[in-house]
Ligand binder design. Structure first.
Ligand code: FRU
Length: 490
């Protein structure tokens, strides 16, 4: 039975969405093929899982305003990770362990698993002023739509000796015949992921710290995700340094389930952009490890707030390790179904500025291969979403001297500014770029997804020029292909 209080909170939230959703659809900043909530504020993806063949995406949600508030879990499903159907809100604050009268409270981030026929959500109940402030809870559904909070919640009522009151974002997975849960916490200046084990998702035994910061990896770990891939394991962490949220990183390492210890072998930034945080992964029925992230971040300028909404998800990315300890992110193949209006240029040299088009499709995918062996320029650049007078633009620069790839959004429009940088590594004499542009976002996948830069930009709708240029010599472009992408929302 869903408690009356929970049902009332859900009804109120769903009612609010109905009231707001039509005017919010009209916002010019709405994206065309990225996941967004129908109204209000979203942050982290939660409970990303496949259930009865359909992908389920839950998310941190405040349906009443375009800024963060008491956290609900929004819910949507999809057959292909591209077209989403919004479902009623899954969780709303309603109980003493996830609700309060003042300040911050709510159903914080977590994950989902399929247990027999049930879809089970595992989340953090957060109430400012409660002691402890954060506890782990579960909620179960038999139909994948309505969720009943477990009457004996919380299932973990106290943070462990190795942790502190910041104890949140449970990620659960099955290994052999047991459930494992990592939770993010902090102690003694170090971010940590602590591990629990259970046979039934209700009774959890504490195993210890499975991984922690080496001293440079943050003093609080949010949204840890630990999963097997090939014959190794990967840990993804969204770290905090003091009150500052920093770029999520991934660690490749070995997991010892008996000892409960994950040994770090190598670690790297997951996405070099500003607008990527709290990613979560699932494994689907085809055996693919798929990640989606919040395509925004805390404390940033969000022009869409004026239009009643804020936050979106990145495109779904398949994670693979093909060699060494490099995790590649590949845009899901399903996204190719959106391709239309193909356009390509045969190989060409860039010696100065070349206008590719004055009215380049802003909602598009573009693939560019730079032949480094036949390039003597020090910089090859791309200018997208450019105004005719050249004042507004977003630049992607391959700096071959500094061995850096840069996304510069100092002149991108009314959004947040800033320059993102990633190391530039050439592969077999070339650098491959795959650029996904949407109305207010740019995701650049470099060398088949070895590095990614994700940023939101808010240019004028008229800024549609696309240029390429080189500095200090010529750049040889072996491939230039582009598609307009159809809208995934109707
Ligand atoms: C990460 C985070 C989580 C928390 C949630 C609250 O962005 O801070 O740690 O559960 O957001 O909305």
């Amino acid at each position: 039975m869903i408690t009356t209080k929970h049902q009332a909170a859900l009804d109120q939230a769903n009612h609010e969405i109905e009231k707001q959703k039509d005017w919010i659809k009209q916002s010019p900043y709405r994206l065309n093929y990225h996941f967004m909530a129908p109204t209000g504020w979203i942050n982290d993806p939660n409970g990303f899982v496949q259930y009865n063949g359909e992908y389920q995406l839950f998310y941190q949600y405040y349906p009443y305003d375009s800024k963060w508030g008491p956290m609900h879990w929004g819910h949507a499903k999809s057959r292909d990770l591209v077209h989403w159907e919004h479902l009623p809100v899954a969780l709303a604050p309603s109980e003493p362990y996830d609700s309060g009268d003042v300040q911050g409270y709510g159903c914080f981030s977590g994950s989902a698993v399929v247990d027999g026929n049930d879809l089970v959500l595992i989340y953090t109940g957060h109430v400012d002023g409660n002691s402890p402030m954060q506890v782990q809870c579960i909620a179960t559904s038999k139909d994948g739509v309505s969720f009943e909070k477990y009457e004996q919640n919380p299932v973990i009522a106290q943070f462990p000796v190795d942790g502190s009151p910041d104890f949140r974002d449970p990620k659960v997975w099955k290994h052999e015949d047991k459930w494992y849960m990592v939770v993010g916490t902090k102690k003694d200046g170090k971010g940590k992921a602590v591990l629990y084990v259970s046979k039934d998702l209700k009774n959890w035994e504490y195993k210890g710290v499975t991984a922690e910061s080496d001293g440079t990896q943050g003093d609080m770990w949010e949204c840890p995700d630990l999963f097997p891939i090939n014959d190794t394991h990967v840990l993804i962490v969204s770290p905090m340094y003091g009150t500052q949220n920093e770029k999520p990183f991934y660690v490749v390492g070995d997991m010892d389930y008996d000892q409960g210890i994950f040994t770090q072998k190598s670690y790297k930034t997951l996405d070099y952009g500003f607008d990527f945080y709290a990613p979560q992964t699932l494994i689907d029925e085809k055996g693919r490890r798929i990640m989606i992230g919040w395509m925004e971040k805390w404390l940033t300028k969000m022009p869409s707030q004026e239009h009643g909404w804020a936050g979106a998800m990145t495109i779904p990315r398949e994670l693979v390790i093909e060699s060494g300890n490099i995790l590649k992110q590949k845009p899901m193949d399903e996204l190719k179904t959106l391709r239309t209006d193909y356009y390509n240029l045969s190989n060409f040299e860039v010696t100065d500025l070349r206008v590719i088009s004055n009215s380049y499709e802003p909602v598009s995918e573009t693939i560019i291969d730079v032949n480094v062996k036949e390039t003597d320029a020090s910089v090859f650049g791309i200018q997208l979403r450019c105004s005719q007078d050249g004042k507004e633009k977003t630049e992607i620069l391959l700096d071959l001297d500094k061995k850096e790839i840069v996304m510069d959004r100092e002149y991108s429009g009314i959004g947040e500014k800033g320059i993102s940088k990633a190391p530039l590594v050439e592969k077999d004499g070339k650098i491959n770029l795959r650029i996904f542009m949407d109305t207010t976002s740019v995701e650049v996948f470099i060398n088949d997804g070895e590095q990614v830069i994700t940023n939101r930009i808010f240019p004028d709708a008229q800024s549609t020029q696309f240029n390429v240029f080189s500095k200090g010599g010529k750049a040889q472009i072996d491939r230039f292909e582009t598609w307009k992408l159809q809208s995934a929302w109707n």
